[in-house]
Design a protein around this ligand. Structure first.
Ligand SMILES: C[S@@+](CC[C@H](N)C(=O)[O-])C[C@H]1O[C@@H](n2cnc3c(N)ncnc32)[C@H](O)[C@@H]1O
Length: 270
């Protein structure tokens, strides 16, 4: 198994993406919606005065993953707005935002046919729908949305510039992109410049790596339990890498500062 992990860590981006996709397929087959509707690292509030989010009982078990969504969108009013999420994964964030923030419509888009099938069957929420599509060529008319949500999906896009141009195209004037993902410091400099160059103004930019590492610490036991329960023993190492438990290389990269997690609120110029 060590050999597979070493191979994975040294593999090209293309192979990594291939392995990541296989892992997604595996998750779709193995986990039902009652145990896993988020695929992100999570977020914990560090301010001791922060009032704990009041959640429905069913939302509690994936609280940290859900808090990543909450903290990403909380600065912009989404009520009565048309919202698109790009890279919605298993739809946990889409369902949470639709139920708690009450947009008029919320479309969750993902390139995986399997997750769209799963989401459409599992998340029955008024106003919420799911479509298969590619972040780099969004299947929507110009100026269709007031806000676009993008959580921990963009790093695997082949053409980030195409995604940013598409976001700009389908957003209405003054619309928002609510973005969260990992980057190196240098990659983030480029990203910020790219946002600005297409006319997306930075209203907020925060480094949330501490929030993410603490969430991973607090959520580690649950993640390990899920892996033990559903994954054959020989694949535990790979699943831990995917899930970024404390033993993973990604966790080490977060802890030593190689990788940083950024949250942005961007606004399309009028
Ligand atoms: C790590 S998961 C995060 C899912 C979700 N945002 C969450 O936080 O639970 C990344 C998702 O992005 C999707 N994705 C990756 N590349 C994509 C692309 N080019 N177009 C649309 N979706 C994409 C993947 O299929 C996957 O479901």
């Amino acid at each position: 198994m060590r050999k597979i992990i070493t191979f994975y860590l040294s593999a090209s981006m293309f192979l990594k993406k291939l392995l990541w996709r296989s892992m997604h397929r595996f998750i779709i087959r193995k986990y039902d919606g009652s145990e896993l509707v988020f695929l992100n690292y999570g977020y914990e509030y560090l301010d001791s005065k922060h009032e704990s989010l009041k959640l429905e009982a069913n939302d509690e078990k994936e609280r940290y993953c859900l808090q990543l969504y909450h903290s990403t969108v909380a600065d912009v009013a989404l009520e009565n707005k048309d919202v698109l999420e790009v890279g919605c994964g298993r739809g946990g964030g889409a369902s949470y935002i639709t139920r708690y923030f009450k947009p008029t419509s919320y479309i969750g888009l993902d390139m995986s046919k399997d997750v769209i099938k799963f989401n459409t069957k599992f998340h029955k929420v008024p106003g919420l729908s799911f479509v298969e599509g590619n972040a780099q060529k969004l299947p929507f008319e110009d100026q269709s949305f007031d806000a676009i949500v993008n959580v921990e999906s963009s790093r695997s896009y082949n053409d980030m510039d195409a995604f940013i141009s598409e976001v700009h195209r389908v957003l209405r004037p003054n619309g928002h992109l609510l973005f969260a993902d990992i980057r190196t410091e240098e990659e983030n400099e480029q990203l910020r410049e790219r946002f600005k160059s297409v006319g997306l103004q930075v209203r907020k930019e925060v480094n949330i790596i501490q929030n993410v590492v603490i969430a991973l610490d607090l959520d580690s036991e649950r993640r390990c339990e899920l892996i033990k329960k559903k994954t054959p023993k020989m694949f535990h190492g790979l699943a831990e890498e995917f899930s970024s438990t404390k033993e993973s290389q990604r966790y080490a990269e977060f802890a030593d500062g190689t990788m940083i997690y950024f949250q942005y609120v961007l606004q399309k110029e009028e």
